[in-house]
Write a protein that binds this ligand. Structure first.
Ligand code: ATP
Length: 245
């Protein structure tokens, strides 16, 4: 814990004329859980796309700033190099391959990873230990899983690359409270195993419980940041994101 990890500095992003991020800076130290809170359209997904280098698939581009992992710039590399560098993303809306089996979905997550057969087998064991249901239903089509199980599959698929850092885009979205709590418990466990986590969430109450540090993004700008417990106690966060009047 406490290594350099991921550093985003003064990052600006545009989709054509739309300025989606303005000079956003944030850090995810090695081993930490960091959350980015913000409402619809604040720029949370855009931030993850910029880190994973998938912006161009959505018509966006970085217009300024840098992204580094352990002091090395990764803002000029192709997306597969980001995975190889140790960053995996769990995308918004899960995006599992519904016609493929659970096992094949997991296999697809190892594409682009640097490890060989031994590492892949170890990653699969880890995923099955975290989510036994994915072992039980390995040969079923992913489309037959419940929403919560599909979220587990999306997280499991990302873990198959053996990442040092996981980027999670609204993992609790659309899940019943009990299932959201199960996902939260797993995020805690993944973190305890040493994987750093950048968690983007609209569910501020859940995110602030998981994270050590938090940032608030509003219309593309960081407006607040600090220890998660401090933000959770601040009047503004309580009013705007925790629904406390
Ligand atoms: P949500 O929770 O609704 O996904 P978000 O915080 O993830 O919101 P983004 O999806 O990153 O926000 O959107 C930030 C801004 O960029 C918004 O104004 C949005 O309309 C715009 N935007 C996002 N994707 C595109 C795109 N592909 N083309 C043009 N504008 C986009």
């Amino acid at each position: 814990m406490g290594g350099p990890g991921l550093a985003v500095q003064e990052l600006s992003v545009g989709y054509g004329p739309v300025r989606a991020l303005r000079q956003v800076s944030l850090d995810v130290p090695e081993g930490a859980v960091v959350t980015v809170l913000g409402g619809n359209g604040a720029g949370k997904t855009t931030l993850l796309r910029a880190i994973c280098r998938t912006l161009s698939f959505h018509g966006g581009a970085v217009t300024g700033g840098t992204v580094s992992l352990d002091g090395r710039r990764i803002d000029g590399v192709p997306p597969d190099r980001v995975v190889a560098a140790g960053i995996s993303q769990v995308p918004e809306g899960r995006q599992v391959f519904t016609r493929m089996t659970v096992a094949d979905n997991l296999r697809s997550g190892a594409l682009g990873a640097t490890g060989g057969r031994v590492e892949r087998a170890a990653a699969l064991r880890r995923v099955h230990e975290l989510f036994p249901v994915l072992a039980d239903r390995a040969q079923q089509r992913a489309g037959l899983l419940s929403g919560g199980e599909q979220q587990m599959l999306a997280v499991g698929r990302a873990l198959m690359a053996g990442p040092r850092m996981l980027l999670l885009d609204e993992p609790s979205l659309g899940l019943a409270p009990l299932m959201a709590e199960r996902i939260a418990a797993t995020i805690r466990e993944i973190s305890a195993q040493g994987t750093s986590i950048l968690l983007v969430e609209q569910n501020a109450a859940l995110a602030l419980r998981l994270a050590s540090r938090a940032y608030v993004l509003e219309v593309g700008e960081v407006t607040l940041s600090g220890p998660a417990a401090e933000l959770a106690a601040s009047d503004e966060v309580r009013r705007r994101y925790l629904g406390v009047v």
